[in-house]
Ligand binder design. Structure first.
Ligand code: SPV
Ligand code: MG
Length: 435
């Protein structure tokens, strides 16, 4: 008589195998033959764990573990497809999925297994100094300039839309680095960080007029880089003089920044959201193209991107002018274009993107929906947009909260009344990693 072995399934979302994983396999073997799913690159990104090694390498790592019978690719974070296909008797997982956003995955698995009598096995999550060290090494690797710099290009190939959030300090960097939510049964997080000229200047109490010098802006980048791993898109304003911009590009590239966005304006730059309320002048196509060409020439790697930002719609010069400029700047070597608008509705952005995409299917398009904020990421994707930047929302949410706290302490002559609105000191401390 042939006794059919029971099937035990687990999924690994990791770039390194440590004793926690080995422990799961050892436990799994007690129940039957062990099948391991290796989570796809796309899903690892959504899970806030950018793969530090390729899918093939991850599969090989797992295949080499003693006791693993078969390795498959698990495409999605949720287990529907894989459980439907394998019908495992057991799914084994560390008990850490009982808390936080991972509960959504646990619920998903429990529901799927309950349909045919499968069972969950939970093993105590292994978190000791050695595991911590293995995780920290992967994080350090992802933070190194040569790995971080190319990540934006990698993400453009992995995400339907790359979501970048404004950061202006180590702390805001940590928020973007670590925030992951469960929403309607799916997990989500930000992919990249935007070092906004507006918010970087505002944090220093200065106007957004290219007054904060590059050394100081680089300091902000450095603060963010020290504590994060996600790729950085730098707001380079107009880029300044071409003779200066080439040096800026070299420095940004060396630091591990992934992209700089420069806008086609000249003279005293004011924030675009003022539109025509302030005097602003477009640079000539020839001059701005020359700036892009010069910068592309000094670039040393293929990883770094120079993105041309079009201000034609902001200054009400019309769609044709915006398109003419977009084509010229791409011709000059721009790796992407950013189209900006201060209208309440996204119509002029969509009109531009549809026309641009009819001529150019490849060049990434970036948008900053600050004023047309009702637009959804799905709509942006439908119009061929590749990167969305939430350019100033962290600054704008922090400022009123801080101002209110200051007022309340003045009003009450003590801090007790504000305390319940504040983050506990313990939570702030736990946000910050210790070596
Ligand atoms: C910034 O964030 O500094 C920008 C985007 O340049 S905007 O403020 O919309 O011009
Ligand atoms: Mg700016």
């Amino acid at each position: 008589m042939v006794i059919k072995m029971k099937k035990v399934y687990t999924c690994f979302c990791t770039s390194v195998i440590h004793e926690g994983h080995l422990n799961i396999i050892k436990e799994a073997e007690k129940y039957g033959e062990v099948i391991v799913g290796v989570l796809s690159d796309e899903s690892m990104v959504r899970f806030n764990k950018f793969p530090a090694v390729s899918l093939e390498e991850r599969m090989e790592m797992v295949q080499n573990i003693e006791g693993v019978k078969r390795v498959i690719v698990q495409k999605d974070i949720m287990y529907d497809a894989v459980i439907r296909e394998l019908q495992p008797d057991y799914v084994i997982h560390g008990d850490n999925w009982k808390n936080g956003p991972m509960q959504a995955i646990r619920n998903n698995v429990a529901l799927l297994l309950s349909q045919y009598g499968g069972q969950i096995i939970e093993v105590p999550y292994t978190y000791n100094e050695r595991v911590k060290h293995a995780d920290a090494c992967i994080k350090e690797k992802l933070a190194m300039p040569e790995y971080r710099r190319k990540r934006l290009k990698q993400l453009l190939g992995l995400c339907p839309i790359v979501k970048a959030m404004e950061v202006h300090s180590g702390l805001t960097g940590l928020i973007v680095e670590k925030t992951i939510i469960e929403n309607n049964g799916a997990l989500d997080q930000f992919d990249a960080m935007w070092i906004s000229s507006l918010c970087d200047s505002t944090a220093k109490g200065k106007p957004d007029i290219e007054l904060v010098d590059m050394t100081s802006r680089f300091r902000t980048i450095d603060d963010v880089m020290e504590v994060t791993t996600k790729p950085i898109i730098f707001d380079g304003d107009t880029g300044g003089l071409t003779e200066h911009f080439v040096y800026t590009v070299r420095s940004l590239e060396r630091m591990g920044v992934s992209a700089v966005i420069i806008e086609d304006k000249t003279g005293l730059k004011k924030n675009s959201l003022f539109g025509n309320e302030v005097v602003q002048e477009l640079d000539s196509i020839e001059h701005f193209s020359e700036k892009i060409r010069a910068a592309k020439q000094v670039q040393l790697t293929d990883d770094f991107m120079i993105i041309a930002r079009l201000e034609a719609l902001i200054l009400e010069k019309g769609q044709e002018e915006a398109l003419r400029r977009a084509c010229a700047f791409v011709e000059a070597g721009a790796d992407g274009i950013m189209i900006h608008s201060r209208k309440k509705a996204p119509d002029e952005i969509f009109e531009f993107c549809d026309a641009f995409r009819s001529m150019d299917k490849e060049t990434p398009i970036v948008v900053v929906p600050t004023s047309y904020n009702s637009v959804t990421e799905q709509e942006l994707i439908r119009h061929g947009i590749n990167i969305v930047i939430y350019a100033n929302q962290l600054t704008r949410s922090a400022f009123p909260a801080m101002e209110q706290t200051a007022k309340d302490i003045l009003r009450h002559h003590r801090a007790k009344e504000v305390d319940e609105k504040l983050m506990p000191i313990k939570d702030i401390i736990s946000l910050i990693d210790e070596l």
